[in-house]
Design a protein around this ligand. Structure first.
Ligand code: 5GP
Ligand code: MN
Length: 340
């Protein structure tokens, strides 16, 4: 049985806000992943089915591997269409904020949303939400994904009859990608009841796995092979693995956004590795991505050293400086680690 988890007052507030709204904007974190975009599109489709003018506005581009999702064409990308995004936000009567816990996670789009008077509804599973920024807070760090929370919300608020196959596809993709295809954050038996319900809409889970999690260009498979064979360092006494990729290396493999997806998880296959730090030199900064095993955490490392955060076993942040400086930072972190 799927037990209700949401507070009755919160459900009442969401229903009232939605009933009174004509124009709704949904946004999610930058570099949207399957959970962020899946949750946004699923909620968007349900709200449109209720006759609400609803738009998904994302901070930056969505990786190509997620372009197959239904209604992707309707998504407004802030970095490509600033004026349209501004217009939609100005018109919005409510702004749903999905899969992030603080407005700083959405860059310049956050500043625009901060100017709007529209109440914000947070639906998220990250630790430590910025409570003051939202009129309604649906924050469950124990949930597998924001898509799980959107499914529960739709059922508990009484909109389940509006779930159709495309909505189920979007929600399934978010749950699947955020749990590494049901590897982690997926021990709650109720999650499998939710998945069983989603399956009744006729979704093709094998195809969704192939499209969302196992489609890479030849260049990207080669880049990942190169990163693992030439650029992975293991510090066995600290349980740490490091991978770095510079701009030049990325350019050599014609890097496109999404090409290193999943790479950071690979070193965890090695029994002595409990933490992985992956540093990729992007245009504006060095993107840091971390993963860990069991009780070893990485979110504090990202909060303290990379102005970031995340979950205990999956976190990230940014580093502003050269790769050499980032490496110095890495060795500081390494010296602070007692292999627990
Ligand atoms: P990924 O390594 O897949 O980019 O991110 C893994 C998780 O780390 C995300 O789900 C998110 O919770 C967190 N994360 C990644 N980048 C950042 C960042 O720049 N800031 C914060 N606060 N969290 C991040
Ligand atoms: Mn998520």
């Amino acid at each position: 049985m799927i037990n209700p988890i949401l507070d009755v007052d919160i459900l009442g507030q969401v229903h009232e806000l939605v009933t009174r709204a004509q124009n709704i904007v949904i946004t999610c974190h930058k570099s949207p992943d399957g959970d962020a975009i899946g949750a946004s599109l699923a909620l968007c489709r349900v709200l449109r089915a209720m006759g609400k003018r609803t738009d998904v506005v994302v901070p930056d581009t969505v990786p190509r591997t997620l372009h197959f999702l239904p209604m992707m064409r309707d998504v407004t990308v802030f970095t490509k269409a600033e004026l349209r995004a501004k217009h939609l936000i100005e018109q919005a009567d409510i702004i749903f904020c999905l899969d992030f816990n603080s407005m700083s996670r959405i860059d310049k789009l956050g500043a625009l949303i901060n100017e709007s008077q529209a109440p914000r509804v947070l639906i998220d599973h990250h630790l430590g939400p910025d409570r003051s920024a939202y009129a309604v807070l649906i924050s469950y760090p124990e949930a597998s994904s924001t898509c799980e929370l959107v499914y529960r919300l739709l059922c508990e608020v009484g909109y389940a009859h509006l779930i159709d196959e495309p909505v189920a596809e979007c929600l399934y993709v978010g749950i699947m990608t955020d749990t590494g295809n049901f590897t982690y954050s997926s021990s709650n038996p109720e999650l499998y009841e939710i998945v069983a319900n989603l399956m009744t809409y006729g979704i093709d889970k094998e195809q969704l796995y192939k499209l969302a999690m196992n489609t890479f260009s030849a260049d990207s498979v080669r880049l990942q092979g190169y990163a693992l064979s030439e650029k992975m360092q293991i510090f066995a006494d600290k349980g740490m693995a490091l991978i770095t990729l510079t701009k030049e290396e990325l350019a050599h493999f014609h890097y496109r956004k999404g090409d290193t997806e999943g790479l950071v998880n690979k070193p965890l296959a090695i029994p002595e590795v409990t933490r992985v730090i992956f540093m990729r030199e992007d245009a504006e900064c060095i993107k840091v991505s971390c993963r860990s095993q069991g009780n070893c955490s990485v979110n504090e490392i990202c909060e303290r050293h990379f102005n970031g955060g995340g979950h205990r076993n999956a976190a990230g942040g940014d580093f502003y400086g050269t790769m050499d400086e980032a490496l110095d930072k890495f060795f500081t972190i390494l010296s602070e680690i007692n292999n627990d």
